[in-house]
Design a protein around this ligand. Structure first.
Ligand SMILES: [Zn+2]
Length: 374
């Protein structure tokens, strides 16, 4: 048995940079929210709801996969529900020691029952703030414009972002069209990735499954250290790849691309970052050192101001050093973990970094502008 167990991986500090709010609710919460809001759902208990939401073997396409969102969006039209969904998502992430979470959603999808865009944004931020206060989890928000709705709505997203940028001090990120482009990157091929980079100024690429079809672009992405937000299970479920064996992750990683591992949708895909890391180990033979490298790539790719990111990286590198596999034992060795009250979670007795000298692992400076495209 491999010593790299789910339990071990859950203890590693990690990021989740590609995670949709409306795909990451708890089943129980959907039922409770529906009851409170008097919304009729196609199933009245967790078991039957799960069947409708988890794509499993029946999922034939991205369209099929997206059906689950009809259910989740039906209960995400009120401030209280948005607050709760955001809080619980961050809480679930903190449970598996995600230390930095970027939550993405399209505010225009939450206006069906009279909320204003600002109400939606405030509600999600207040849920995340509460989770940060309680668990110390850092977060960012990516506002998605949806290309198929209207260009106008994307412009409104841009205004919203600029307004909140000043208020929230770098906790809000604009993802103008690129979220769509990123998802299109699977269906429409590498030209959509080129568009995302060259026309939209994308700083990261969602999925990037079809990047391998264009060698020039692949090298461009590599040379510029543009991170890929890989979501293994989701790619298999949406049929972006036909099975685990044909996923390009091991090729990208071995080639030297900056890959990060993410959930996409914690509920709909029925996953966690730890489970995705375990898949990388089981299917592609990623060792603990490989996984640590991917985790560090996640922190390097965070949409955080440079100085803050340097501090976080220094802390995370020290912490990761403490996780070692025994030479021939059955279980992995874990450092003690302690949670410090007051907003900062540390492990192994580390104190939060205050020194602002960039860590040697930071390979390049990055703009601290929060207007980024994921
Ligand atoms: Zn996605």
């Amino acid at each position: 048995m491999s010593p790299l167990t789910l339990d071990f991986l859950e203890k590693l500090p990690k990021t989740d940079l590609h995670c949709h709010l409306d795909g990451s609710l708890r089943l129980r919460s959907i039922l409770e929210m529906a009851e409170q809001q008097k919304v009729a759902l196609p199933a009245a208990d967790e078991e039957r709801l799960a069947k409708l939401i988890f794509p499993g073997a029946e999922c034939k396409s991205l369209e099929d996969y997206l059906k689950a969102f009809d259910i989740t969006l039906a209960v995400l039209q009120e401030e209280e529900a948005l607050h709760r969904a955001a809080f619980e998502l961050a809480e679930d992430a903190a449970q598996e020691n995600v230390r930095y979470l970027e939550v993405r959603y399209a505010p225009v999808l939450h206006l069906r029952r009279g909320l204003k865009l600002t109400n939606v944004v405030e509600a999600v931020l207040s849920g995340l703030r509460e989770a940060k206060r309680r668990y110390g989890i850092r977060y960012g928000v990516i506002l998605c414009g949806i290309r198929t709705i209207s260009a106008e709505s994307s412009v409104r997203m841009a205004e919203l972002c600029v307004a909140y940028k000043h208020k929230e001090a770098f906790q809000l990120i604009l993802n103008n069209n690129v979220n769509c482009t990123a998802h299109a990157g699977e269906a429409y091929g590498p030209e959509s990735i080129a568009q995302a980079i060259h026309y939209c100024g994308a700083h990261r690429i969602g999925h990037g499954v079809r990047l391998r079809e264009n060698g020039d672009l692949l090298n461009y992405v590599n040379d510029h250290r543009i991170p890929l937000e890989v979501c293994i299970s989701s790619n298999v479920q949406t049929r972006a790849v036909s099975d685990f064996a044909s996923h390009p992750l091991p090729f990208y990683y071995n080639y030297g691309l900056r890959v990060t591992i993410n959930t996409d949708n914690r509920l709909v895909t029925n996953t966690t970052v730890s489970k995705e890391l375990l898949l990388a180990h089981q299917h592609y033979g990623f060792s603990l050192d490989d996984l640590k490298e991917v985790i560090v790539a996640g922190f390097k790719s965070a949409f955080l101001p440079y100085r803050e990111k340097a501090d976080v990286l220094k802390e995370i590198n020290k912490e990761l050093d403490q996780f070692q596999l025994p030479a021939n034992g059955q279980t992995a060795q874990l450092p003690p973990r302690e949670v410090v009250q007051g907003g900062v979670t540390t492990a192994g007795g580390l104190s939060p970094a205050t020194e602002s000298t960039p860590s040697p692992v930071m390979s390049e400076p990055r703009s601290s502008t929060p207007v980024s495209h994921g």
